[in-house]
Design a protein around this ligand. Structure first.
Ligand code: FES
Ligand SMILES: [Fe+2]
Length: 378
């Protein structure tokens, strides 16, 4: 339980426990790395994965471990249809994990190879991510988690014509620190100081309305503050600008900015790689400045700087966290972080009450009763 007592100063002290949330989709890697019959590896929630693309175009993800003697399957061969283990040559169909052949079997053997399965995961391609559904441990074969599958996360787009970009950075902290850093409104003027963004001197008081949504919360549609980058950029169109930011479990922040028929949409995820490390990914699509040359490299340049600033801060924070300090969450600037912990705990509680939490099972309790205004200076 990540929550602890409230002190005399009104701040609550806590350190996130970083319990992992299973039965959800996580981005494993960029599908642009899955070319030809190449096998690629990734790690999600401490599980080693081998990924590839079948010759019919389908992406797949298996546990990177042969069910025979545990050697990583990624050391083996892939011919577009079957993954062959490099130790004794067992062949597996990678979408189902089903064993197709055991070369050592003789006419005297009665073993049915097709009854043997390597662990395969549900895997779908969206926005250039290979999303992998990680079921809770011990929940059986791939088919058995099928009824608990949720919709595959996808970036919202408002038209057929847009540009896209992706950025990624490894963070040396557990997923909870990564996520609360992601939704933290008070670090902007300090971590992201830059002439093109904002400076400490531009700090001003803000009020934002938040509302509960399914397994998350929304910063309701609002005009971005006058000292923010989207405002400065979109101001050139001379139309009203509206921003909506959602956070939903387990790890997704969606930001949508609209200005007339111009839009920008991003999906940021903080994915647990192991229990103590995570990775931030940003995928974005936009039609703003569609015809301006070099917009994508320029956007990537500034976006990368921005993500790098967060990454450097978290590397520094990890140095401090090694000594297990007690930590604080204050009102109102850390309220979104408190909601995150409460939402996460509610999902864990709901899962433990219902051994088989499927759509239609009692919904997890939401920490918000209704819309609420938060105030902070940033
Ligand atoms: S370890 Fe893979 S076939 Fe034996
Ligand atoms: Fe940041």
């Amino acid at each position: 339980m990540p929550f602890a007592t409230t002190t005399e100063t009104g701040a609550s002290i806590q350190g996130p426990t970083a319990t992992l949330l299973y039965d959800d989709w996580y981005p494993a890697l960029r599908t642009s790395t899955l070319r030809g019959n190449k096998l690629a590896t990734a790690m999600l929630l401490g599980i080693p994965l081998v990924l590839g693309r079948r010759s019919n175009g389908r992406v797949f993800a298996m546990r990177d471990s042969c069910p025979h003697r545990g050697i990583p399957l990624s050391y083996g061969w892939f011919d577009g249809k079957h993954v062959t283990c490099r130790y004794h040559g067992w062949e597996f169909e990678p979408c189902s994990g089903q064993c197709a052949s055991i070369p050592s079997l003789s006419s005297h053997d009665h073993l049915d190879a097709t009854r043997i399965f390597a662990t395969a995961f549900h895997c779908e391609e969206r926005d250039g991510h290979a999303w992998v559904f990680i079921p809770r441990p011990g929940s059986g074969r791939k088919g058995e988690s099928a009824e608990r599958l949720k919709a595959v996360p996808e970036l919202v787009k408002f038209g057929p014509r847009f540009r896209t970009a992706h950025l990624s950075a490894n963070l040396p902290c557990n997923v909870d620190h990564g996520i609360i850093g992601l939704m933290d409104p008070a670090h902007g003027p300090f971590v992201h100081q830059a002439w093109w963004w904002r400076s400490r001197a531009s700090i001003r008081e803000k009020t934002k309305r938040f509302e509960p949504i399914l397994e998350g919360f929304r910063m309701s549609a609002h005009a971005p503050s006058g000292n923010s980058a989207p405002y400065k950029l979109l101001g050139v169109y001379g139309q009203p600008i509206e921003t909506t930011i959602d956070f939903v479990l387990p790890n997704r922040r969606t930001e949508i900015i609209r200005c007339g028929d111009k839009w920008f949409s991003s999906l940021t995820t903080v994915t647990p790689v192991t229990a103590s490390t995570c990775r931030i990914d940003v995928v974005a699509a936009w039609n703003i400045f569609y015809y301006v040359p070099f917009v994508t490299p320029i956007a990537k340049f500034f976006g990368a700087k921005f993500v790098r600033q967060d990454q450097i801060t978290m590397i520094q924070q990890a140095e401090g966290l090694r000594h297990n300090p007690s930590l604080m969450l204050i009102d109102d600037a850390d309220k979104p972080a408190k909601w995150y912990f409460a939402l996460k705990q509610a999902r864990l509680d709901a899962n433990s009450q219902v051994s088989d939490a499927r759509p239609g099972a009692p919904a997890a309790k939401h920490p918000m009763d209704g819309p609420v205004d938060l105030h902070w200076r940033s």
